[in-house]
Design a protein around this ligand. Structure first.
Ligand SMILES: Nc1ncnc2c1ncn2[C@@H]1O[C@H](COP(=O)(O)OP(=O)(O)O)[C@@H](O)[C@H]1O
Ligand SMILES: [Mg+2]
Length: 357
């Protein structure tokens, strides 16, 4: 499964679940929990544009799946009081597809391009000019007789989203006036989200129950909402419907989410790294093959969280497990394991894992 499919499948739990996801989406910036800096900066960008009566700068949202990129794009349109057009990099196969979208935008419309790093090259080049000059060159004909017909388009705001900011070409990145990087959420923020969603879903949950669900949500709102629904199912069938800490623990154990929030894929990656590769270093693609996943899925979905948790480190020689990883899976590191016997401790949830160069 590719990262995109996984992102989609996270939502694709049937029409009911999709409707629930939509119902849980915050509609305005004030309802958007967490990401305080991004929220404040974005609020300034939008308000000053409104004040000047101009379309705001193009916005790039980068961050892992389920952190709220699509939600923010919808909020941007709502705050501006403008319509939102939704498309994605993979959906636009040719420059002509993009020209068709761009030429039918209304003044001030917000165009959301999801997974923008997967835009085909010719479309990307067309987008440069559209972003900068609100103009596209539509090429008519082929070979020496081909002519480019310039076409004015209405001023619009592009909101691009990407799970892989590093894959975005420089010239495209530079054309965004505002780049927001969305990071994992703090447990306290996820707790607010869980309580808000519980209220909207009419689910009874105690403070401790909400904290338990939030703490196991991999720092990700989409996962928090999903776990909440699964725990609710459990509460309704096996108990009196109220989600307490005890009940949340039992339910999440059943769904194979451990107390640190690692899910099946996270644990598969970690187990393989420890058991098959002695803690590494091992290359990303080798590691991915060993768990039967696409490298991109392992890189975008599993690794950032494992790094954040101080369980895995990315080094130029490959991925390595930290001492905390061995401890988490209840294994004893062999004497020659990477980082064994060092004072190196990444177990504070910090981001230091990426600093080993
Ligand atoms: N900041 C937030 N506050 C509350 N709920 C959020 C927030 N961010 C995301 N969500 C919830 O998580 C779900 C996934 O968010 P989404 O915007 O689809 O993520 P992405 O597009 O980054 O994959 C949404 O349906 C929404 O209900
Ligand atoms: Mg999205």
């Amino acid at each position: 499964m590719s990262a995109e499919e996984r992102i989609v499948s996270a939502d694709a739990e049937g029409p009911d679940e999709q409707a629930i996801e939509a119902a849980l989406r915050p509609k305005r910036l004030d309802d958007f929990v967490g990401q305080n800096r991004v929220r404040e900066q974005l609020s300034l960008v939008l308000r000053s544009a409104l004040k000047r009566g101009r379309t705001p700068d193009h916005v790039l949202l980068s961050g892992g799946p389920g952190l709220g990129k699509t939600t923010l794009a919808m909020i941007i349109a709502a705050e501006l009081g403008k319509p939102l057009r939704i498309s994605s990099g993979p959906a636009i196969e040719r420059a002509g597809d993009l020209a068709a979208v761009l030429s039918t935008l209304s003044e001030g419309e917000v165009l959301f391009l999801d997974e923008i790093h997967r835009l085909a090259r010719p479309a990307e080049e067309m987008l440069y000019m559209a972003m900068e000059d609100f103009r596209v060159d539509v090429v008519v004909g082929k070979g020496p007789g081909a002519t480019a017909i310039p076409l004015d388009i209405a001023p619009f705001t592009l909101v691009g989203a990407t799970t892989r900011a590093g894959m975005l070409p420089g010239p495209l990145r530079d054309r965004f006036g505002f780049v927001a990087h969305m990071d994992f959420y703090e447990p306290a923020e996820l707790e607010v989200i869980v309580k808000r969603s519980a209220r909207l879903l009419g689910v009874k949950i105690t403070e401790e129950g909400a904290a338990e669900v939030a703490g196991r949500s991999r720092g990700t709102p989409r996962i928090a909402n999903r776990l909440l629904r699964r725990v609710r199912d459990y509460a309704e069938v096996r108990a009196d419907g109220v989600i307490t800490r005890e009940l949340a623990r039992d339910a999440l154990a059943l769904y194979e989410v451990d107390e640190r929030g690692l899910d099946r894929l996270d644990r598969a990656v970690l187990e393989s790294l420890l058991r098959k590769f002695g803690g590494g270093p091992v290359g990303l693609s080798t590691l991915a093959v060993s768990v039967g996943e696409e490298p991109e899925t392992v890189e975008v979905v599993a690794e950032p969280f494992l790094v954040r948790q101080g369980l895995l480190a990315r080094t130029p020689r490959g991925r390595i497990a930290t001492p905390a990883a061995w401890a988490h899976l209840g294994l004893t590191p062999p004497p020659n394991a990477p980082l064994a016997g060092t004072l190196f401790d990444l177990d504070d949830g910090g981001d230091q894992g990426t600093m080993i160069k």
